[in-house]
Design a protein around this ligand. Structure first.
Ligand code: 5AD
Length: 486
């Protein structure tokens, strides 16, 4: 073993998992661990897993399998599975995977360094998957100046009180728990002081937020969520923040107050990712989404009306049990009707512990594939149309890093995002556009999933010369390609 123990973390799945991995790194570092340069050298390897869809879970199994030879060569290596598969399977994982040492749930991250040391000292394999229900813990990020990404995630709530019949998340992440607003705002303040310009608030149903420090809302409160209030507080109390996003809201809490916040809070993105899952009332009911198509459409339209250039993306499941051609056509119709400019779409897969297990998975795999392809075609068409309309306009782009585009021709590009969320590649004028800068860009071309443009003459005039500024970090954390399909 080296003088300080070393770790490697492999992350699968959603932004919440990426966020959890960052917190694991922080607690390990705070306890004297350092990052290993290779698996051979590591004392601890963590697979931070996802189980939201069957495919994601299969991936974990193959990754764990791949680590068996490494463990055989180095029996002192501690192999840990964290995240949703860990929470879901617990003990069972240990009995099924003989070379596994540690199974650790999302609420037990702080215990990771101690548990890993125990394993290194020869303790028997261990499972820790206990929800922190009585005293919810939100590990605060410790951003370091000069290393902070342009865009960072901040957790505002965790868990989910919905009971969507297809979804394993309430089981793997537990009931909803909220973080006090003061804590959220303090963390955002630290990010911004360290150089971050954009924050994405993170939660399984991010818009159901209630401040645990405030009295519970009256039951007849038409807007029981205090989420819009949180958005307003962040905007007024963290003046250096340039942009604010959130993911993922549940349509039930997409209230009038939320739409009003989008109209009035200047730093709020002109984009919302609002998962709909299906456009058929029959299927929505079977999914236990607790809204119908008309209600979703009304909420979506209200948000879209908050800004003249507001866009919306969504999540859709195709081939849910009992989905007929007519149900699927209703979904396509809704996609056209709302005019989503992006969608993540998935084939339904049965998940353990979910209510939909009672329903036979009766849509043929080939039909699911066909529907997925048709859905992508519609969404891609809308994305293309939307991007084409932006050619000739001027957009404010928050620069997030250098871009690989143009490298072949020996040209230097940077890339960033618009207030909605389109990716823009920008020709770098004499190295003058720094990461973290908000620049005005004239859009000259539209690609399939991104845009291209040049800094406007007046914006260029205002930029400092390269030797007049400190070098900003080129670090991106954005895993939210809200444009296009995934
Ligand atoms: N099958 C397919 N897709 C699913 N999702 C969640 N559960 C399932 C499932 N059992 C999708 C939903 C959700 C996204 C994160 O994953 O669209 O919004």
């Amino acid at each position: 073993m080296a003088s300080s123990p070393s770790y490697l973390i492999h992350t699968f799945g959603c932004q919440m998992n990426a966020h959890d991995s960052d917190r694991m790194e922080e607690v390990l570092r705070a306890n004297g661990w350092s990052q290993a340069t290779s698996g051979e050298e590591a004392d601890l390897i963590v697979l931070n897993t996802c189980s939201v869809r069957e495919k994601a879970e299969q991936k974990l199994r193959s990754e764990v399998g791949k680590l068996a030879p490494l463990k055989a060569k180095n029996p002192g290596l501690v192999l840990a599975v964290a995240g949703c598969v860990a929470q879901q399977e617990g003990e069972k994982l240990l009995s099924r995977v003989s070379h596994l040492d540690l199974v650790i749930g999302p609420d037990n991250i702080v215990e990771l360094p101690a548990l890993a040391l125990e394993q290194m000292a020869g303790a028997p394999p261990r499972t820790r998957t206990v929800f922190d229900l009585d005293a919810p813990r939100f590990l605060a990020a410790a951003p370091r100046e000069g290393e902070a990404p342009v865009s960072a995630y901040v957790t505002t709530m965790k868990g989910c009180d919905e009971r969507c019949s297809f979804c394993i998340v309430p089981y793997t992440r537990g009931p909803e728990r909220y973080r006090p607003s003061d804590e959220i705002i303090a963390e955002i303040g630290r990010w911004v002081s360290a150089g971050t310009r954009e924050i994405t608030l993170l939660g399984q149903t991010v818009d159901s937020f209630r401040d645990p420090a405030l009295p519970p809302p009256a039951s007849d409160d038409p807007d029981e969520s205090q989420f819009p209030m949180l958005l307003r507080r962040i905007a007024s109390e963290v003046p250096g923040l340039l942009r604010l996003r959130y993911t993922s809201p549940h349509p039930r809490h997409a209230t009038v107050a939320l739409a009003r916040a989008h109209a009035e809070v200047e730093i709020l993105a002109h984009h919302v990712h609002l998962p709909v899952q299906s456009g058929s009332d029959r299927i929505l009911k079977r999914m236990i989404r607790r809204y119908n198509r008309a209600e979703y459409t009304e909420r979506a339209r209200r948000l879209l009306a908050a800004q003249p250039d507001m866009t919306m993306s969504t999540d859709i499941i195709v081939g849910f049990p009992g989905e007929t051609d007519a149900d699927f056509e209703a979904t396509l119709e809704l996609v056209r009707d709302v005019g989503f400019t992006g969608a993540f779409a998935f084939k339904y897969s049965q998940r353990p512990f979910t209510p939909a297990l009672k329903l036979p998975d009766d849509v043929a795999e080939s039909l699911k594939s066909e529907r997925l392809a048709r859905l992508f075609e519609v969404v891609e068409g809308q994305t293309r149309e939307h991007l084409a309309k932006l050619v000739g306009t001027t957009q404010r782009v928050l620069v997030e890093g250098t871009s690989k585009a143009g490298a072949k021709e020996g040209r230097a590009f940077v890339e960033g995002r618009t207030v909605r969320n389109e990716i823009v590649h920008i020709e770098q004028p004499e190295g003058r556009v720094a990461v973290g800068e908000m620049v005005e860009v004239e859009i000259t071309r539209a690609y399939k999933h991104s845009l291209f443009g040049g800094v406007t003459a007046s914006a260029l005039e205002a930029l400092p010369r390269p030797n007049e500024r400190r070098v900003a970090p080129d670090k991106r954390r954005h895993k939210l390609p809200l444009l296009g399909t995934a």
